[in-house]
Every structure is written in C-alpha cells, then in structure tokens.
Design a protein around this ligand. Structure first.
Ligand code: AR6
Length: 185
C-alpha cells in the first residue's frame, strides 16, 4: 500500500527489514544496545559485528539509551547505509506513559534521520513483539506520528513500514484507513 504525502511516499509492506534498500532502517532495540532477539537480533546478524562495535562506543560515551530516544550507527553489511536504534516502551497496562514513549521513539528516529540528511527510512513495528504493546494501538500511534512529521517537514522521499507478518500488515493498513478517514489507501 502506498500513499503520497506532499513529496514523501508512505509505504506499508510485508517483508524483512534487514533487506530494505532505504538509506536507513530503524532497529527496535533495548536500552543496553547490546543486541537481543526479534528484529534487533536479525539486524545484528545481517549487518555483522561492526554495528555492535559502534553501539558499544555509544554506550561507553553516553550510557544506556533511555526509552523513546534514538542513536545512529552505520549499517555494516546491510544494504541500508545506516541503522537508527531506538527503544520502544515495554507495555505495562497503558497507564505508564507507554503511548507517549512510543510516539517519542518514532519522532526521535525521524528527527535524527533528518538531522543527518537521510531521506529514506524503514521502520519495523516497534514494541509490538517482545515488548507486548497492543498492535492496533501501536499502529495508530506509529502512523499518526510519521504522517504528522512527514507533513510538517516535507523532507523525506520515502518512509516505509516493513511488517513481518501479513496479519500485522493488515492491522497497519486498517489503522491507516481510519486515520485518513477511509479516503486514501
Ligand atoms: N523485519 C521486520 N520486522 C521484524 C523482523 C524483521 N526481520 N523480525 C521481527 N520483526 P521485537 P520489541 C517484527 O520483539 O517488541 C528485542 O530482543 C516482529 O514480528 O523485535 O520492540 C530487543 O533487543 C514484531 O512485529 O521488538 C528488545 O529487548 C516487531 O518486529 C526487545 O526485543 C517488533 O518485535 C524489543 O521488543
């Protein structure tokens, strides 16, 4: 599914984020930045040891990464030149600031990309795996944050959501239809 928002193409697709050819891909990391399972493990496996080396240097410099913040490394062996690592919130019922923290993870990843002159970026569904954020709610926050940023900045050529499973793609597609009043998509 594709929609044009100003000069930006917003794309929702099923796929593997490690295979994307956007300038940057986003990693749903944890605060240690030392790798893990899920999309984090897949990115470190596909990109090779250089990504972890750079993560270690970042942690040595600035400590662990707070939830909602973002940092950047090169992409190692990936097609993408850069990996933006962000930390989504762990779901704990919805009253612990999870919505705002998830918004921050997307917003700060986009801000960092923009600051670095990166014009195309792929996101996974942050926090909806091991961190158990309910996916319908997460999809609405993710898409709203990205749409607003795209329209306010008019900077990106393409922003891609790469959903790992068909069911997750359908949830994002429905969330987009609701958000845009059923007009687009
Ligand atoms: N491409 C795209 N999406 C993927 C891929 C892939 N190759 N692999 C998994 N997903 P998760 P979280 C989807 O658990 O919930 C890690 O251990 C997956 O189906 O990766 O933010 C970190 O180190 C799901 O929809 O991230 C942290 O400790 C989505 O990516 C913790 O998990 C996110 O699932 C972060 O948890």
């Amino acid at each position: 599914m594709e929609v044009r928002l100003g000069s930006t193409l917003l794309r929702l697709m099923v796929g593997d984020i490690t295979q994307q050819d956007t300038e940057a891909i986003v990693n749903a990391a944890n605060s240690s930045l030392m790798g893990g399972g899920g999309v984090d493990g897949a990115i470190h496996r596909a990109g090779g040891p250089q990504i972890l080396e750079e993560c270690k240097q970042i942690v040595a410099r600035q400590g662990s990464l707070p939830t909602g913040q973002a940092v950047i490394t090169t992409g190692g062996k990936l097609k993408a030149r850069y990996v933006i690592h962000t930390v989504g919130p762990i779901w704990s019922g919805g009253n612990r600031g999870e919505d705002e923290l998830l918004h921050n993870a997307y917003y700060n990843s986009l801000s960092l990309a923009r600051e670095k002159g990166i014009r195309s970026i792929s996101f996974p569904s942050i926090s909806t795996g091991a961190y158990r954020f309910p996916i319908e709610r997460a999809a609405t926050i993710a898409l709203k944050t990205v749409r607003d940023f795209i329209l306010e900045n008019n900077f990106f050529t393409e922003v891609r959501f790469v959903l790992f499973r068909e069911d997750d793609f359908k949830v994002y597609q429905r969330a987009w239809e609701k958000l845009s009043g059923g007009i687009e998509g």
